[in-house]
Every structure is written in C-alpha cells, then in structure tokens.
Design a protein around this ligand. Structure first.
Ligand code: NAP
Length: 211
C-alpha cells in the first residue's frame, strides 16, 4: 500500500511513518520542514511543500492508495492553514480518484452521534479555551472531510500522551454512549490509524479514541 502522510513531522506523525514502514507500506511524507523527520528508509519518499500550495499537494498524491492526515494547528498560526490544507487534500484526492482518507482531529469537534456527557463536555471545553482560543479551524477542517464523498474516517482524540501503549485498553466510541477517557497514548493512535487503512470499519464515522 502506498500512503501519503500529512503532519508526518509531528510527534504522532513520526511514529505513524515508522509503523507504516515496519508494516511494509510505501510512504510519501508531505512536509514543509522535511529535515524534522529524521527517518531514512528505501520505502520512504519526502515531498517538500506548503500545505497551502494545491498543485504541490496534488503532485504528491501520484500513485497513492490512501492518505493519512495528522496535521495540527499551531496556536500562533495566522489565517486558516489547517482548513485550507485539508480542503486541498480532499480536492486533490477527488481529482486523482483516491478514496481512502484517515484523518485526526480534536475531541472537541462535535458529531451528531454524540450523546450527552457533562464530564466529556467540560474536558473538551477546557481544552479548547486553553489551546485554541475560540478557533474553529479543527471544526471547519472536519466539516470539509465529512461533506466530501471520500471513504473517510475522522478519528477524534483527547489529550495525547507519549506513555507506552498497553497500560490501559483503548475505547473507541461516542461521548455519552461509551466510557471515554481524557487521554490517548500516541502509540495506540498510530496502531488504530494503520488498522483503519486496512479495514474501513469506521468508514464515514468520527469516533473518539481514548485509553
Ligand atoms: N497533542 C494533543 O494533545 C492533541 C489534542 C487534540 C488533537 N490533537 C491532534 O492530533 C494530531 C497529532 O497531534 P500531535 O501532537 O502529534 O501533532 P504535532 O506534534 O503538533 O504535529 C502537527 C503536525 O502538523 C504540521 N503542521 C502544523 N501546522 C502546519 C501548517 N500551517 N502547515 C503545514 N503543516 C503544519 C506540523 O508540521 P511542522 O513540523 O512543520 O510544524 C506537524 O507535522 C493533530 O491533528 C492534532 O491537531 C492533538
């Protein structure tokens, strides 16, 4: 499988690239600062570019079977790089006829399947105020993915931790309907993302994953 990864230079992104290479996939990393990746492998190609450059995003998708987005949003970023980048990814995938998109967003992004959970609402409200200061970038990017006709899975995540996975079993589901926690181990996330590329179990769904 040939996978193009956006957000690969981030803390989770690097882990995902290592996992995909270990599983035998061919990986293309799209990055504005590829020197941050620090991974070398015969099955790894780096495509340098800004996420706001549509033609460059389109070019990077040549021959791909699937796309993974771990793009984040820096607090200080100006404009709408996240939603613009996600829009370019979706449009370029459609133009190239690539269907499978697995993307990560924050658990403060709502979905109609969510039940009522005061504890979860309080947690995500605090997170939003602390980190994103009222920005709708994550929600806007999520809407672009959900309104597309791609075979997408949007994995909503709480606070990420670098603890090794295996200490607490993961739960996947919807606030108010499943017993979700406020932490997710990055290794659990990486394993789940790769699994989604192989199974499509959560096609056109946006569950929360937590440990
Ligand atoms: N960390 C958490 O607790 C948390 C909580 C909720 C949701 N999430 C989401 O989970 C995912 C993984 O999180 P993480 O902490 O592993 O991410 P991270 O370390 O912050 O990495 C984010 C990635 O996005 C890229 N990026 C950010 N702004 C960009 C821009 N304007 N143009 C191009 N690339 C840009 C970064 O590229 P550079 O290396 O070039 O900066 C990096 O590769 C992200 O989608 C994040 O939003 C994380």
């Amino acid at each position: 499988m040939k996978i193009v990864v956006f957000g690969a230079t981030g803390n989770t992104g690097k882990r995902f690239v290592r996992k995909a290479l270990k599983e035998g996939s061919e990986v293309v990393v799209y990055a504005r600062q590829p020197e941050k990746l620090l991974i070398e492998n015969d099955n790894l190609t780096v495509h340098e570019g800004k996420i706001t450059n549509y033609q460059n995003v389109y070019d990077s998708l040549r021959g791909a079977d699937a796309v993974v987005s771990l793009l984040g949003r820096k607090e200080a970023a100006k404009g709408t790089p996240l939603s613009t980048g996600v829009s370019h990814i979706v449009n370029a995938m459609q133009e190239r006829g690539i269907n499978r998109l697995v993307a990560v967003t924050s658990s403060d992004v709502k979905t109609p399947q969510d039940g009522t959970s005061k504890r979860f609402s309080l947690m995500t409200a605090g997170w939003k105020v602390a980190k994103f200061k009222g920005s709708n970038e994550h929600a806007n990017a999520a809407d672009i993915i959900r309104q597309s006709n791609l075979d997408w899975t949007l994995v909503r995540v709480p606070v990420l931790s670098d603890k090794p996975s295996g200490e607490n079993a993961p739960t996947v589901g919807y606030p108010g309907r499943h017993n979700l926690k406020n932490t997710l181990y990055r290794q659990t996330l990486v394993d789940f993302l790769y699994e989604q590329l192989e199974t499509s179990d959560f096609s056109k769904e946006s569950p929360v994953l937590s440990n």
